[in-house]
Design a protein around this ligand. Structure first.
Ligand code: PMP
Length: 425
C-alpha cells in the first residue's frame, strides 16, 4: 500500500509544495494533505482506504456529488467520438444556449478552460470596450491568478499570507484599485474622483474566497448604479456562485444585472471549463469579430462540454436549489447548535449550497471581520473532524460546499462529529 506520507514526500521532489494548486498543501491548517484515490456522492476515499464526508466538492464544481452516474455516462459517450478537434462542435452551442437560458443577462459567451482565463478575458474586454485602464476590485475577493488581479487577493494567496504575488509588474497593479468589500461609501468616493477612468468594477457577488461573506443589502445595487452613472462596466465574478446559489447564480438571487459575468467550476461539472458572457454588444468586441484578442487550444473541449451540459441539465430539476438550500440550512443550524452547547464562539454564514465558518462572534461582513476570526482554532477543528472522517476545506479562508448528495443522514453524522470536536477545542 502506498501511504499519503510517502506520496507527499515523493511529490514534493517533483511538484512545488507537492501540489498543483497551493491550498491543497494544507499550509492553512498544518499537517500533510490526503492523496485521493476516488470519490462517489458525498464521499472521498484516500489512498489508505479511509473514507471522508467531503465539504470541499473539488472547490465548487461537484454540485451533484462525485461520480454522478449520468454525468459520467455523458462524458463516456462523448469520449467515444474523440477527445479534441480544435474546431466548432454542436455541444458547445448546446451548452451556450443552456447558459443563456439560465442567465438571461448573458446573450453571448466564450468558453475558456478555467475561471482565471474567463476573468482575465472579462477584464481585457472591459478595458477594450470602455477604452479605460483602471479597475476596482475588493479586498479578499479572488478572481484567479492573472497579474492585474493578484492584488490583495483571497483564497490560497490569503492562506499563504501572500495576498499580492511576487513577479507581478508594479505598473500593472497601479491600474488595480483595491477597496473594502461591502463598503459602498468607499466605492462611491473613488468613483466621484476617478469614475471616468474606471473600466470596470469586478466583484464576487457573494465573497467565497475569504470564507463566505454575503453582500450587505444595497451593496451590489449600489455598485450597479455607480457603474451606470460613470459609464463603467460591472463584472459579477460568478465562478463560484454561478448555478449554485440559484439556477441563474447570485445575479438571479439578488436581482442584479451585470454587464459581464464570469463562470467556472459548475459549468464544467468537474472538467476544466470557464466562460465569460454578457450582452451581444459587449461580446462582439471579442476576436474574431472585434479587436479584443482571446483564444484557447482546448477551449470548448467536447468532454468538458458534455460534463457541464449534463450538470446544468440535472440542476434544473424542480426543487433542486430549494433542497440544496434546506440541506445547507440543516447543516449550518446543526453546527451552530453544537457550537453553542460547547460554548465555542462560531459565526456561520450561508447561502444555498455554500457556507463560511468563523471562530469568532458575528457579524462577519468585511475582510477585517474575517481576519479577526481564530484561524488556529479552525485548524484544530479541521483536524479533529478529519480524524472523524469529515473533510472540510484545509484553510479558514475557504468556503464550504454542499452537494445534492449530502442527505440528512450524512449531515447528522457530520454534526455528531462536530459536537465531539467542538467539545475538545
Ligand atoms: N473567480 C472566483 C470567484 C473563484 O472562486 C475562482 C477559483 N476559486 C476563480 C475566479 C479562478 O478560477 P480557476 O481556479 O478555475 O482558475
Amino acid at each position: 500500500m502506498t501511504s499519503n506520507a510517502e506520496l507527499f514526500s515523493a511529490s514534493q521532489r517533483r511538484i512545488p509544495g507537492g501540489v498543483n494548486s497551493p491550498v491543497r498543501a494544507f499550509r492553512g491548517v498544518g499537517g500533510d494533505p490526503l492523496f485521493i484515490e476516488r470519490a462517489e456522492g458525498a464521499y472521498l476515499w484516500d489512498v489508505e482506504g479511509r473514507r471522508y464526508i467531503d465539504y470541499v466538492g473539488s472547490w465548487g464544481p461537484m454540485i451533484h456529488g462525485h461520480a454522478h452516474p449520468e454525468i459520467l455516462a455523458a462524458v463516456a459517450a462523448e469520449m467515444q467520438k474523440g477527445l479534441s478537434f480544435g474546431a466548432p462542435t454542436a455541444i458547445e452551442l448546446e451548452l451556450a444556449e443552456t447558459v443563456c437560458t439560465l442567465m438571461p443577462n448573458i446573450e453571448m459567451l466564450r468558453m475558456t478552460c478555467s475561471g482565471t482565463e474567463a476573468v482575465m478575458t472579462a477584464i481585457r474586454l472591459a478595458r477594450g470596450y470602455t477604452g479605460r485602464e483602471r479597475i476596482i476590485k475588493f479586498e479578499g475577493n479572488y478572481h484567479g491568478h492573472s497579474d492585474s488581479l493578484l492584488v490583495k487577493a483571497g483564497s490560497g494567496a490569503l492562506t499563504l499570507g501572500q495576498p499580492s504575488s511576487a513577479g507581478v509588474p508594479v505598473e500593472l497593479t497601479r491600474a488595480t484599485l483595491v477597496l473594502p468589500y461591502n463598503d459602498l461609501d468607499a466605492v462611491a468616493a473613488v468613483m466621484r474622483e476617478q469614475g471616468d477612468q474606471i473600466a470596470t468594477i469586478i466583484v464576487e457577488p457573494i465573497a467565497g474566497n475569504m470564507g463566505c461573506v454575503p453582500p450587505l443589502p444595497g451593496f451590489l445595487e449600489g455598485l450597479r448604479s455607480l457603474c451606470d452613472t460613470h459609464g463603467s462596466l460591472l463584472i459579477l465574478d460568478e465562478v463560484m456562485t454561478g448555478f449554485r446559489v440559484a439556477p441563474g447564480g447570485a445575479q438571479e438571487l439578488y436581482g442584479i444585472r451585470p454587464d459581464i459575468t464570469t463562470l467556472g467550476k459548475i459549468i464544467g461539472g468537474g472538467l476544466p471549463v470557464g466562460a465569460v458572457g454578457g450582452s451581444r454588444k459587449i461580446m462582439e468586441t471579442l476576436a474574431p469579430n472585434g479587436p479584443v484578442y482571446q483564444a484557447g487550444t482546448l477551449a470548448g473541449n467536447p468532454l468538458a462540454m458534455a460534463a457541464g451540459l449534463r450538470t446544468l441539465q440535472l440542476l434544473q430539476e424542480p426543487g433542486f436549489h430549494q433542497r440544496l438550500a434546506q440541506q445547507t440550512e440543516k447543516f449550518c443550524s446543526g453546527l451552530a447548535r453544537v457550537a453553542a452547547e460547547a460554548e465555542v464562539p462560531l459565526f456561520i454564514t450561508q447561502v444555498p449550497g455554500m457556507l463560511g465558518l468563523f471562530f469568532r462572534e458575528g457579524p462577519v461582513q468585511s475582510f477585517q471581520d474575517v481576519m479577526g476570526a481564530d484561524k488556529e482554532r479552525y485548524g484544530r477543528f479541521f483536524h479533529f473532524l478529519l480524524a472523524e472522517g469529515v473533510y472540510l476545506a484545509p484553510s479558514a479562508y475557504e468556503a464550504g460546499f454542499l452537494s445534492a448528495a449530502h442527505d440528512d443522514a450524512i449531515i447528522d453524522t457530520t454534526i455528531s462529529a462536530a459536537r465531539k470536536a467542538l467539545q475538545q477545542l
